[in-house]
Design a protein around this ligand. Structure first.
Ligand SMILES: C[C@@]1(CC(=O)O)C2=NC(=C\c3[nH]c(c(CCC(=O)O)c3CC(=O)O)Cc3[nH]c(c(CC(=O)O)c3CCC(=O)O)/C=C3\N/C(=C\2)[C@@H](CCC(=O)O)[C@]3(C)CC(=O)O)/[C@H]1CCC(=O)O
Ligand SMILES: NC(=O)c1ccc[n+]([C@@H]2O[C@H](COP(=O)([O-])OP(=O)(O)OC[C@H]3O[C@@H](n4cnc5c(N)ncnc54)[C@H](O)[C@@H]3O)[C@@H](O)[C@H]2O)c1
Length: 212
């Protein structure tokens, strides 16, 4: 059973061995997370070519050699050659994070299907049982949690920061966090106005208590 974590890969070196369809898909996910990507492959897809032209990553046009792995924190082997993918697995140091596209057993992490909505991230893994099912579940969740929901999550983030900075009373904080995370609050849709109203009521109470 995998241990799920959210990895901060911003500005970290990632090596992708292979430049085909699978490599391209993983690269898009890595770029979203702002990783510093090097691709080693004799040929690349037109999608990856475009990323090279836009200076989003570095392409070394060559076949893999173990030296390519020196700087990398994360290594993804996605060539169409089993022996090459195996050579990548063999060259990995114990502290490197490694994903072998055709050999989950030799990988020390798997890539889940992902839904992103603002600050919300939902990752789906079937533990190697069926990537196709992971994709199906992603599509269902994408319908359930639409872009509007992402805006709501980002609104909650702003509120939370404000509350943490300005509301001292712990009970009051908790009550506010709970109120804005309520399903009916989300559904009514007047988030800003209702939040202000909630704050006003909370502050009134504070003033009244001070006067007593
Ligand atoms: C979720 C997703 C993320 C991503 O890759 O970004 C992902 N695979 C996706 C799609 C997909 N993969 C495959 C198909 C073709 C249909 C089919 O075979 O079912 C499709 C569908 C398609 O392409 O449409 C084939 C396949 N995949 C693996 C093997 C090797 C093996 O199992 O031995 C083979 C056979 C290769 C062969 O036969 O040669 C292995 C892995 N694929 C994983 C992740 C990891 C386990 C995740 C989990 O268990 O949930 C794991 C272990 C390693 C890894 O790569 O991290 C992404 C969907 C993203 C999305 O749409 O949201
Ligand atoms: N994990 C997954 O999600 C998933 C999904 C489908 C397929 N697969 C597996 O992933 C692998 C790649 O599939 P694909 O469809 O992207 O293949 P592809 O044929 O589209 O691309 C293969 C890439 O590997 C490169 N390559 C070949 N030899 C190389 C070497 N010695 N050094 C560096 N690069 C080299 C090629 O230049 C090409 O860019 C296959 O083994 C396939 O079984 C995995």
């Amino acid at each position: 059973m995998g241990y799920p974590i959210m990895l901060n890969v911003a500005n970290q070196s990632v090596l992708v061995v292979g430049g085909g369809k699978v490599a391209e898909r993983k690269i898009y996910g890595l770029l979203e997370a702002k990783a510093k990507i090097t691709v080693v492959a004799p040929t690349i897809t037109t999608g990856i070519e475009q990323l090279v032209a836009d200076k989003k990553l570095i392409w070394r046009q060559k076949t893999f050699s173990p030296d390519d792995m020196k700087e990398a924190w994360i290594v993804i082997a996605a060539t169409n050659n089993r022996a090459v993918n195996e050579a990548v697995a063999k060259a990995a140091k114990p502290y490197q994070l490694i994903n072998i596209a055709d050999d989950p057993e030799r990988s020390n992490f798997h890539v889940p299907a992902v839904v992103r909505r603002g600050r919300l991230t939902i990752a789906i893994s079937t533990g190697g049982a069926s990537p196709t099912i992971a994709q199906q579940i992603r599509r269902r969740l994408e319908e359930l949690y639409d872009d509007d929901y992402g805006r709501y999550i980002d609104f909650l983030y702003e509120c939370r920061q404000w509350i943490l900075r300005h509301v001292r009373d712990e009970q009051k904080r908790k009550a506010l966090f709970k109120a804005i995370a309520d399903e009916s609050f989300c559904k009514r849709g007047n988030w800003e106005e209702e939040f202000e109203q909630l704050l006003e009521n909370a502050m009134k109470e504070e003033i009244r208590r001070k006067e007593e």
